[in-house]
Structures are given as structure tokens and as C-alpha cells.
Design a protein around this ligand. Structure first.
Ligand code: GAL
Length: 403
């Protein structure tokens, strides 16, 4: 009998520690990366704490994952504009699917004011025709368009890596996002593989979805890494060049090849239809088959373009890589891993989402430390980035103030 009790208690303690292990955040071998894990970063604090729990000016946890920060024009009073840092990202309160896009603003990158969900998925199919929020946005659309939007905003769908640009010509805001979900053929949540686009007169929304698209495809004289599903667009980002031209950067060919494609002047679609677009003029395929995702593109002080990506291991962190080029649609060079401190082999346990400039001009790396068992509790890890010897370098800092 005693033996039986002993065996049961050993089994339950093994199961207990296994559950404990699973529910814990996976860790890599550098404790410094997790020093802020139990801390809270609050509005009014003076230092950025990578990996802490970040809260907004109302004391709520910031929900803006897979996001982007830019110093950009925002409304000021009835007709004016001022500049502020705008952070757009995934509100993962509800987990993996049906996530709204949220927006926060700040003057100093530490105190963030929440402007709520600026792009909302449908709570249910009927809401498209009954909920005043959706009726005011889509009520005038044709039945076909409404059916398309219903698919894009489906409660079981994927809206990831939202990125926003201000379009000066139209004085409006354009939001692109990875739009995905299962299909009749395949239950896999990422079977659609498209880029969605929405517009609004304000960065605070409401954004109206215009559609979702497959983008450029592998030219006929090159080896397509995924010929069965052409023009896929998954993890994505936007980049606005100094002359105002905008580009969408995305992983395609079943996550095997990164593309950069030029957008039209409204930023709402490609500048050239995929059927007539030419590689090197309208888009570029970079290192076909390299299997990279989570793209973040920036321009160096030397006028060179630097594109940081992760490998494709889902929510698990891996080693970052930077490619650089003189011409955005030209030939790219492999610059290797930008991380230089302990934890470099796993990008300090993060995945890239954006590289942005402060108003003073310094560069910040913005990464997500995903928490697979509780996506809403994924942490933000922002670090100082700089150029040295013609390469992008990212240092670890446990506590710092961007300038
Ligand atoms: C990652 C991707 C994330 C999310 C995740 C789902 O590779 O970068 O945005 O899609 O996979 O597993």
C-alpha cells in the first residue's frame, strides 16, 4: 500500500512539475534577458525596461504586439496636426484569432495613451448588418464586397503585424496587415496568406477595410519555392522612403522568400499589377528559399537600406539576420546577425517587428518576446540599435532611455 502511495506521489509530482514547466515562459541561458520579467513599466517612469510588463496611462497592460512605432502627424484640435509617437499593434486579449488592431500615442516612448481598437473584427457574422459600427463603415458596400469583408474580419480569422502610414497626398492613414485564416480545403489557420488594407482619416480610426490581396509572384524564369500558391503575403511591414515612396515588405512562397514591392501613390495597392510587374523595377525577391520572416526595414545614415528578419520558428525566438542594399529594389547583401551581446543567438529572446527612429534621430529595435501559453502576456523588448562599420548592430540594455 505504502509503495502504491509513493508511486502515485512520484507520478503526480512529475506531472505537476511538467505542467509548471509548460506554463512557464521558455528561457534561454542568459538570465540578464529576464531581469525585468517581474517588474511593471508605468506611465511617468524614466527608463524603458525591456521584458517588463508595460502599462499605459490608465494602468492597463499595453496590447500592441507585432507592432510598429513611428513619429508621425496626428490630429491636433479640429483641423490641425501635431507630431507624436504612434504605436500600432495586435490586441491579443482574445488570444490567437479575432484580434483587433490597437493604437497608442506617446511623447517620450514610455508613457503611452491608449486610443482603443482602431480596426475591429466582427464579433459574429450578423454584426456586419446589425451593429452600427460596422453598418456605418460597410453599409454602402455591395453584397460581394460585404462578403469579402466578412471573411477578412471573421472572428476566427488572423489579423497580424499591422503597420500604418500617413499618406500626405490624401491626408489619410493607411493600415496594412497580414490577413489569414483557414479555408474550405485546409483547416490550417494560415491557408489564405494575403495582405489586407484599410484606410481612415484619423490614426485613431475607425479604419475601413478595402480588401485583401495576393501580391507579386516569382518571375517565370526563376525557381519558385512554392509554385502551388502564387503571390502569398504573410509576415509583413511597411517602409516609407525619404521621397515619400512606400513599399510593402513581406514573406511569400510559403515563408521561403521575402519580397519588397512598391505601393501606389495612395499606398492602398501595388504600384503595378502583379501580372505586369517587373522584378528590379516594381518589386524584388531577396535570397529566394532563405526562409525568413518578421521583416523590419530601415534606412541608414549612409542612405543604405537595412532589412532585419527572423527565421521561421513560429512563436519561438531564433537568430536574426540583416540584409543590406544600396537600392531598395536592387541586389541585397547578407550582413549576418546584428545582435552583439549575450543572448545574440536568439535575438535576446525576441522576434523583430520594427526598427524606428526617435525624433532625435537615433534608431530603436522593437522586438516581441512571445508567450506561447498566454499570447496577451507577450512582452515588448526595445533595444538601442546603431550603425557601425557599415553594419546594423543591436546591443542588450536592461534599462535605458531612448534619445
Ligand atoms: C510567427 C509570426 C507571427 C505569428 C506566429 C504564429 O512566425 O512571425 O507573426 O504568425 O508565427 O505561429
Amino acid at each position: 500500500m505504502k509503495r502504491c502511495v509513493l508511486i502515485i506521489s512520484i507520478i503526480s509530482s512529475v506531472i505537476g512539475s511538467a505542467i509548471g514547466f509548460i506554463s512557464e515562459r521558455p528561457r534561454h541561458t542568459t538570465p540578464a534577458l529576464y531581469a525585468n520579467e517581474g517588474s511593471v513599466m508605468k506611465a511617468g517612469d524614466s527608463m524603458l525596461l525591456p521584458g517588463a510588463s508595460w502599462t499605459d496611462t490608465d494602468g492597463n497592460m499595453i496590447q500592441a504586439h507585432g507592432g510598429q512605432v513611428q513619429y508621425m502627424p496626428v490630429p491636433d484640435g479640429r483641423c490641425g496636426k501635431k507630431y507624436a509617437y504612434v504605436w500600432v499593434g495586435e490586441n491579443k486579449t482574445w488570444g490567437h484569432t479575432g484580434d483587433p488592431v490597437s493604437v497608442y500615442t506617446s511623447e517620450d516612448l514610455i508613457s503611452w495613451e491608449c486610443h482603443g481598437d482602431v480596426l475591429r473584427p466582427l464579433p459574429d457574422e450578423a454584426a456586419m448588418d446589425t451593429d452600427p459600427y460596422f453598418v456605418s463603415l460597410y453599409g454602402e458596400d455591395t453584397a460581394d464586397k460585404k462578403a469579402e469583408i466578412r471573411g477578412i474580419l471573421s472572428p476566427g480569422g488572423i489579423i497580424e503585424r499591422p503597420k500604418m502610414l500617413y499618406n500626405e497626398k490624401n491626408d489619410n492613414y493607411v493600415l496594412w496587415f497580414h490577413s489569414d485564416g483557414s479555408t474550405e480545403k485546409n483547416e490550417y489557420l494560415y491557408d489564405i496568406g494575403m495582405a489586407g488594407v484599410a484606410v481612415s482619416d484619423s490614426p485613431y480610426g475607425p479604419f475601413k477595410v478595402l480588401g485583401r490581396y495576393r501580391l507579386n509572384r516569382c518571375p517565370d524564369d526563376q525557381i519558385d519555392c512554392f509554385p502551388d500558391s502564387k503571390g502569398e503575403a504573410r509576415d509583413m511591414n511597411l517602409f516609407q522612403d525619404t521621397d515619400g515612396t512606400a513599399y510593402i515588405v513581406y514573406t511569400s512562397e510559403n515563408n521561403k522568400t521575402i519580397y519588397i514591392s512598391r505601393l501606389n501613390e495612395d499606398y492602398t495597392y501595388l504600384s503595378e499589377d502583379p501580372m505586369t510587374a517587373a522584378e528590379g523595377e516594381d518589386f524584388v525577391r531577396i535570397f529566394p528559399g532563405a526562409m525568413r520572416e518578421a521583416p523590419a526595414l530601415t534606412k541608414g545614415d549612409d542612405g543604405r537600406y537595412y532589412l532585419m528578419t527572423s527565421s521561421t520558428t513560429g512563436w519561438m525566438s531564433n537568430q536574426a539576420r540583416v540584409w543590406s542594399a544600396d537600392q531598395i529594389l536592387g541586389r541585397w547583401r547578407n550582413d549576418g546577425n546584428p545582435c552583439i551581446d549575450a543572448g545574440a543567438s536568439v535575438t535576446y529572446d525576441t522576434q523583430s517587428t520594427c526598427l524606428f527612429r526617435t525624433k532625435e534621430g537615433s534608431l530603436v529595435y522593437m522586438g516581441d518576446r512571445w508567450s506561447m501559453s498566454d499570447l496577451a502576456d507577450s512582452r515588448y523588448v526595445w533595444l538601442p540599435a546603431e550603425f557601425s562599420d557599415g553594419k546594423l548592430k543591436i546591443r542588450w540594455e536592461g534599462s535605458w532611455k531612448p534619445e
